[in-house]
Ligand binder design. Structure first.
Ligand SMILES: [Zn+2]
Length: 230
């Protein structure tokens, strides 16, 4: 009797273990939504585990935590010098290398994500986004940074010149960043953010139209998630 119980628990243990492995293998296709309430107690852990070379002095805890939760999906950037700060800019968020990059090797380059501190210019205010959407938007910026990190200084200067002068080039870059965000497991988060953007009546028509031309549509995001996470 005791023997059969041991066998039973052994089978139960291996079943649970196999299920856990299955979950781990599927982590990039995780369709769970992140909620601030669920994660807020983990901020200290995230700061100690992912905080190396990170400059995150913002007071907004939701934005700070979203930065780290998105970063967890970009392990390639774990050691990179990254900063996030609030500033008045013409878009909701943007990622760029620090201007000192021209004097440094790409390995020593620092990057920053600027987040628009107000909504007056285009109607889109980062604080209106859910925590889950915020993770997706920041993930998109990390996808840009990952792309920059592969370019040497010469390529970086050419890239910036192309991006600001060619709409076609800009479209390719933005769509590529969306796809990279999905490949890093933040497809549902990106979809949430983009859907909110399209339904948000406070966003100006011009800004909405501009976005439509350069980024993946919600339908394209869904197709891309299905393609990457079957
Ligand atoms: Zn972008």
């Amino acid at each position: 009797m005791r023997f059969s119980f041991s066998i039973y628990f052994l089978i139960l243990f291996f079943n649970t273990w196999a299920q856990d492995c299955q979950l781990n293998l599927n982590i990039d296709c995780d369709t769970a939504k992140f909620s601030f309430e669920q994660y807020k107690d983990s901020l200290a852990f995230y700061e100690s585990f992912f905080g190396k070379n990170k400059d995150v002095k913002i007071k907004d805890e939701k934005l700070k935590l979203a930065f780290f939760v998105a970063l967890r999906h970009f392990p390639e950037l774990k050691e990179s010098a990254l900063k996030i700060k609030l500033k008045s800019i013409s878009t909701t968020m943007q990622a760029q290398p620090k201007w000192t990059f021209i004097f440094r090797a790409k390995e020593n380059r620092g990057y920053q994500i600027l987040v628009n501190r107000d909504s007056s210019s285009n109607g889109m205010y980062y604080r209106d986004l859910s925590f889950n959407s915020l993770v997706g938007w920041i993930g998109h910026e990390f996808a840009h940074i990952l792309d920059y990190s592969k370019k040497d200084n010469f390529e970086m200067i050419g890239f910036i010149a192309d991006y600001v002068t060619s709409k076609e080039r800009m479209r390719k870059v933005e769509r590529k960043a969306d796809k990279e965000t999905i490949r890093h497991g933040l497809g549902i988060q990106l979809l949430d953010g983009v859907t909110f953007f399209h339904k948000n009546r406070r966003v100006t028509k011009e800004y909405r139209e501009r976005k439509k031309n350069y980024y993946l549509s919600p339908e394209e995001i869904i197709a891309e998630i299905q393609q990457n996470c079957d």
